[in-house]
Design a protein around this ligand. Structure first.
Ligand code: SAM
Ligand code: SF4
Length: 471
């Protein structure tokens, strides 16, 4: 039976008008004077977001002082909406079999050198146990495309088995998924298994480039992929994550493509995506394209892109994976990132070393979860393992309805602190514990009395031995 949602629209399709994107980029070429820049930044700082022309204008900035002004505004917006919190998760790859031929990916079906594996139930449980033992509470389940219901059956079986693992060190409380596009009825099935966010990246919004790099399998159909977030939302999946794979085509075009997609979802469903991801193409064994990206994005462009996205869509989470190096990650945390992976492996069996398959792509950040946590604390961030909203049903429009007036922080901050205290008590070495507790004290001091009281109560419950407390 179909899952009912308040925003179930008539079936429509996004027709991506490339000429409109080029036109905006062309219009935005004129340099911005100081007054124009301040006007755009003032609008962004009022948390209204930016339209696509304003966004394009900021993306075109090259003057170092003006870029610094954008960074300063992005830091303010990031701080006002997300405070010091950074949500932490780990990917769990369950299969590297894939029926598609994405020329940038190590899992592409034509890569004869890759040792293929799909984890069995026992292996999935072992990987889950290993991640729980590190301190993780949130996973991103990842897989190559396996066509038909059999592929979805495996995914669902994996989700059920991951949630079923309960150890003395805790359990996984939220599973997000990054898996291939599904049909409406399949999305409805997936929803019944309590996923958090469904992620799907368009890779490139430039259709000609899309066709050039996707040479076979269902993924070669640009429109099928483009319609996927809409299909998922129409099927009742309220938190959807979208993204682009940077390095395939002009990065400014891609950002405007992403924002066009977001605007369309907002018009259609009343809310946009829950998160956006902007992975840069990394080297992958068995992919020549990944070693020579056709449109590489420099570090300077990448920092600007993250900051501008933060200003353009202030309430949408921005995810940063371990594809990036520790240094770039740290810089972009201040500019807008709100969720990060840590201690990641991108090959099935990677956490327990039970298989010998190659990773999907090479990682820039090889640190363990604890090393990342310590580094976050040293930079003044509060690592959060919170899953409260999703467990209380605060998703989709409910979540955005609280995020926009700023009310969500009254939950996120206390829950972030409580879950970090759990991490410190259950997993951290003494020095991490000492620094982490000091970080919690600092954050508590900065909080308004109401949320501080809520946070203090949760922390006391955790210290007293209770787990999984949230408000
Ligand atoms: N197979 C599914 C799909 O393609 O939608 C989901 C999993 S796929 C492993 C997840 C994402 O990895 C892709 O959407 C793509 O953006 C990213 N990816 C693939 N190859 C990459 C590479 N060489 N460097 C960085 N990211 C890559
Ligand atoms: Fe398969 Fe996804 Fe890799 Fe494409 S990106 S080859 S669909 S795993």
């Amino acid at each position: 039976m179909a899952v009912q949602t308040p925003h179930r629209p008539q079936s429509r399709h996004l027709h991506l008008d490339e000429s409109a994107i080029w036109q905006r980029l062309e219009q935005a070429r004129r340099p911005l004077d100081e007054k124009q820049l301040l006007e755009i930044l003032a609008k962004a700082e009022s948390l209204e977001g930016l339209d696509r022309l304003e966004t394009a204008r900021l993306l075109n900035l090259t003057d170092p002082e003006q870029v610094q002004q954008v960074f300063a505004s992005a830091r303010k917006v990031k701080n006002r909406i997300y405070g010091r919190r950074l949500v932490v998760f780990a990917p769990l790859y369950i299969s590297n079999h894939c029926s598609n031929e994405c020329t940038y990916c190590g899992f592409r079906r034509g890569n004869q050198e890759l040792h293929r594996t799909t984890l069995n139930v026992e292996q999935i449980k072992q990987e889950t146990t290993a991640l729980i033992a590190q301190g993780h509470k949130r996973l991103l389940l990842v897989a190559g495309e396996s066509e038909g219901d059999q592929g979805l059956d495996n995914i669902i079986q994996a989700i059920d088995n991951i949630y079923a693992v309960k150890t003395s060190k805790g359990e996984i409380r939220r599973i997000n998924v990054n898996i291939s596009p599904l049909l409406p009825a399949q999305f409805e099935r997936l929803k019944l298994h309590h996923i958090g966010t469904y992620q799907i990246f368009q890779e490139t919004y430039h259709q000609e480039t899309y066709q050039k790099v996707h040479l076979g399998g269902l993924k070669a159909d640009f429109q099928w992929r483009l319609d996927t977030p809409e299909r998922a939302m129409a099927a009742g999946i309220e938190d959807v994550g979208i993204g682009v794979l940077l390095g395939l085509f002009d990065w400014k075009f891609e950002v405007l493509g992403l924002l066009t997609h977001i605007a369309y979802l907002e018009r259609t469903f009343g809310i946009g995506p829950h998160t956006i991801s902007v992975p840069r193409l990394e080297r992958a064994a068995g992919s020549r394209l990944s070693k020579a990206p056709p449109a590489p994005v420099t570090d300077d462009q990448f920092r600007l892109l993250v900051a501008v996205l933060r200003l353009a869509v202030p309430y949408t989470g921005i995810i940063m994976s371990t594809r990036e190096t520790a240094d770039i990650r740290t810089e972009t945390f201040a500019l807008g990132v709100s969720q990060i992976s840590a201690g990641s492996r991108t090959n099935p069996g990677g956490y327990t070393h039970k298989t010998s398959s190659a990773p999907q792509f090479s990682l820039g950040d090889h640190r363990s979860l604890e090393e990342v946590v310590l580094d976050l604390v040293n930079h003044g961030y509060l690592p959060s393992f919170c899953t409260g909203c999703y467990r209380l049903g605060r998703t989709g429009t409910d979540f955005m309805g609280m995020a926009r007036p700023g009310a969500i922080r009254n939950h996120c901050d206390p829950n972030g602190i409580a879950t970090f205290m759990e991490y410190l008590l259950d997993f951290a070495a003494p020095e991490t514990q000492r620094l982490g507790r000091a970080c919690i004290e600092n954050v508590l001091e900065e909080m308004a009395p109401g949320p501080r009281a809520a946070a203090t109560s949760l922390v006391q419950q955790v210290i007293a031995g209770r787990r999984d407390v949230y408000c």
